[in-house]
Write a protein that binds this ligand. Sequence first.
Ligand SMILES: CC(C)(COP(=O)(O)OP(=O)(O)OC[C@H]1O[C@@H](n2cnc3c(N)ncnc32)[C@H](O)[C@@H]1OP(=O)(O)O)[C@@H](O)C(=O)NCCC(=O)NCCS
Length: 183
Amino acid sequence: MLETYIFRPFEATLETKRLVLRPMLESDFDSLHRIFIDTKVMESFDHPPLTHEQMKRWLKRNLDHQNEFGYGLFSVILKQTGELIGDCGLEMMEDLGAAELGYDFRSDFWNQGYATEAATAVRDYAFDVLSLPQLISLIRVGNIASKRVAEKVGMELHNKLSRYGTQYWQYVRKRPQIKTEAK
Ligand SMILES: CC(C)(COP(=O)(O)OP(=O)(O)OC[C@H]1O[C@@H](n2cnc3c(N)ncnc32)[C@H](O)[C@@H]1OP(=O)(O)O)[C@@H](O)C(=O)NCCC(=O)NCCS
């Protein structure tokens, strides 16, 4: 029987002025867990810090997504120190028919423009390399820092929606049209 599961390696690495975004690895577990046991980060999700088991499931889901779609969340590395300080990337929301641009950073690195710098690179990668038609961001109503990042990467508030009992602002940005020369 033909194998129906298509393995698509996720090999892209993006570089910005201060950051390297590379595909997430299983060996990133401890650095990523540090983000998701950060109480300030988890307050944004109204969720207690992730247990070891919850974090294992979170990481497996993202690695499986990378293999299925050929893109996913990048691990974000600070060039200056080599530390993993966040995640930023794409997750296909099949029920909404679009990839979500998402980001989570350790709170000791907030408000220095890192999420915006990473999200801008991912936005350009999504449109210029993957040719995705649009990106969305689902932001819990009241998450002002996340909303600001979405605005700074040029997304616009589209609507408010409820998903699994939580209210979200849905931000959208469509791929810019390529201008063709007038004859
Ligand atoms: C959202 C998040 C990734 C932003 O990361 P960051 O690196 O601090 O983002 P940036 O520095 O690029 O931009 C943050 C912006 O929010 C603004 N901001 C932060 N807190 C704010 C507040 N309470 N009120 C108003 N503005 C606020 C900052 O001033 C900055 O905007 P500015 O450049 O116009 O001044 C980070 O806060 C985070 O990891 N939060 C927890 C996880 C999360 O919410 N993820 C998103 C899920 S949708």
